[in-house]
Design a protein around this ligand. Structure first.
Ligand SMILES: Nc1ncnc2c1ncn2[C@@H]1O[C@H](COP(=O)(O)OP(=O)(O)OP(=O)(O)O)[C@@H](O)[C@H]1O
Ligand SMILES: [Mg+2]
Length: 161
């Protein structure tokens, strides 16, 4: 997995703009692994992504996007296809995710996964990794995107790399 780009996200709006840019090129079967500590901004990213995805396909883009901390997964049936939002923080072993039906979700929808490290080797190699970490100010973040050649090409198409 190669690092594709590192960027500074000056504030929440910048995090949302990155989410919108990726929502525009995402397609069924894509897996976005959202890494970062508690409060890094993973759910904030996911919310903006889901809203953008809905709006791009003629929806209002105003759905509630709660953190799936306790439900483990929230499913959004959008016109542009299903988006699964996982939060695997409470998962203890990768095998537990099998019961969640995660393999089917990963294959047929767009999956946004918080705490993807919980999946261990079940995490698909084709994923785009988005790691969020603290920035120099309280409202800023550092984002590091990593992925294979296919993601490199796709990010190039939208001039992100
Ligand atoms: N640049 C930024 N990008 C994203 N969130 C930011 C930014 N600056 C401040 N924030 C704030 O940081 C918090 C991020 O919370 P969020 O729930 O998105 O984190 P999380 O990574 O999902 O945490 P958890 O691991 O607990 O699920 C929000 O309160 C958000 O308003
Ligand atoms: Mg979260």
């Amino acid at each position: 997995m190669d690092t594709l780009i590192r960027m500074d996200l000056a504030d929440e709006t910048a995090t949302e703009a990155l989410a919108r840019a990726l929502a525009a090129i995402a397609r069924p079967g894509d897996v976005l692994a959202l890494r970062g500590a508690l409060g890094a901004g993973k759910t904030t990213f996911a919310r903006a992504f889901i809203h953008a995805r809905d709006r791009a396909h003629g929806g209002p883009g105003d759905e509630e996007v709660p953190s799936p901390t306790f439900t483990l997964v929230q499913t959004y049936e959008l016109k542009g296809g299903t988006v699964y939002h996982f939060d695997l923080f409470r998962i203890e072993t990768p095998d537990e995710t099998h019961e969640l039906g995660i393999d089917d979700a990963l294959a047929d929808g767009i999956s946004l996964i918080e705490w993807p490290e919980r999946l261990g080797r079940r995490l698909p190699a084709r994923r785009l990794e988005i790691a969020l970490s603290a920035g120099t100010r309280p409202q800023s973040r550092r984002a590091t995107l990593a992925g294979g050649d296919a993601w490199h090409r796709r990010l190039k198409e939208i001039n992100l790399v």
